[in-house]
Design a protein around this ligand. Structure first.
Ligand code: HEC
Length: 102
């Protein structure tokens, strides 16, 4: 009798694991950017390669730093962003996620 209990326990354990496994919902986090002029440009151009999380990590950067970051994306990673759009993106980022005045 005991010899039968072990495989039964095994199957029981695994069926529970499979059950919870199916219900596992990993969070796919959707970052929401602040409203403002140029927001849709950032959503369009800056999420091609990575999430907006990268951008939010740099919140509080001054305008020069944002310029540097955007140029870095364009020059080194070949982000297809024209000059005019890049300027609008920098304006949005430095206004909405710029240096916090104290
Ligand atoms: C062509 C692909 C591409 C596009 C488009 C792109 N990035 Fe990036 N970005 C990268 C890669 C690759 C990295 C990671 C490189 C690294 O770790 O330095 C990165 C990293 C970053 C980082 C964090 C690293 C750092 O230097 O602080 C920031 C901030 C960032 N990107 C902002 C932007 C912004 C703003 C835009 C839109 C203007 C943008 N990215 C568009 C490729 C891209």
């Amino acid at each position: 009798m005991r010899i039968l209990t072990l495989p039964f326990l095994f199957i029981f354990t695994f069926s529970i694991a499979a059950e919870t496994g199916n219900k596992l919902n990993l969070p796919i986090y959707q970052y929401k950017l602040k409203d403002g002029r140029g927001r849709e440009l950032v959503e369009m151009y800056c999420q091609m390669c990575h999430s907006v999380g990268y951008i939010l990590n740099n919140s509080g950067a001054d305008k020069r730093t944002w310029e540097h970051i955007v140029n870095h994306m364009i020059n080194d990673f070949k982000a297809p962003i024209d000059k005019e759009t890049a300027e609008k993106i920098v304006d949005y980022l430095s206004k909405e996620y710029g240096k916090v005045e104290k």
